[in-house]
Design a protein around this ligand. Sequence first.
Ligand code: A2P
Length: 340
Amino acid sequence: MAILGATGAVGTELLELLASRNFPLAELKLLASERSAGKRLNFRGESLLVEPVSDRAFDKVDIVLASAGGSTSKTWAGVAVDKGAVVIDNSSAFRMNPDVPLVVPEVNPQAAAKHKGIIANPNCTTILMSVAVWPLHQVQPIKRIVAATYQSASGAGAKAMEEVKIQTSAILQGQEPVAEVLPYPLAFNLFPHNSPLTDSGYCEEELKMVNETRKIFGNQDIRITATCVRVPVLRAHSEAINLEFDTPFSPDAAREILSQAPGVKLVENWQTNYFPMPMEASGKDEVLVGRIRQDISHPCGLELWLCGDQIRKGAALNAVQIAELLVEKNLMRPLSVVNG
Ligand code: A2P
């Protein structure tokens, strides 16, 4: 196995997950840019050297977990596939390609079997929302989703997380915060998501929630709208989700379904006003869901609130679960396919 982007926020989490989940691998290669050449990272008590990515780095690799940004994936995914690997790509480069399955193992594991060498890991906010609403969609099809997100700095990478800490400390010392990685100071602030704006008025992050959710659910009819916002939280996203069904969906029924749903943990104490919080979701595998209530503005509407670790289930854990699926279901690339 190889991790492309091993030194990044998601890359380091991948290392931790592969070790803690005892992923069956013979050898692990750590790949990053020239900047990281010579760095060492720990894996299962061993100190592994980080190599700059190159053609030769993918020799004899079965699975590549790529998390080094879209342009790096576009450059290297084809090379790795030609060498016989399956690439599980965390970037947005291939997600909407009809030949590339977009997989959330709790939702559409069967899609992974159709891969032609690349499987895409969905956008983080999309993964978290999908895990929480798919079990309800199974019982009663969702007609429309209105989402508002509260997204952590980690989505913009390890450097953005560091920047928020430095900004926080600067402000507490009475200094001006400096923004170099993110477009504006995030500490003690928030701003609409910094992904590029499109002609529709939506930013790319918002459109990812729309288009990727439809692809994962295999349903182009669900109407979805989202407002994505960056907040000064380090590594867990929160989302306020409004769902509309054809007929009323009782909050108690939703609670019952979600209390047994894979990858979901129900967190609700109405007496103490205790519901999911990003601080508690950080470092956890599950998407925390709570504050499930009837939408008072619509008889067939349901409101819920969720928090999930952006680096973990929003990225690294989902990718490792896909890799586990490949091993479990024997979906690696047979040599005959590789040789054309
Ligand atoms: P490096 O540390 O050498 O720059 P994050 O999402 O936390 O910003 O991490 C991005 C990851 O992608 C890092 O491991 C980074 O390596 C890697 N990366 C960025 N650009 C390239 C590139 N052109 N080739 C290979 N790896 C890259």
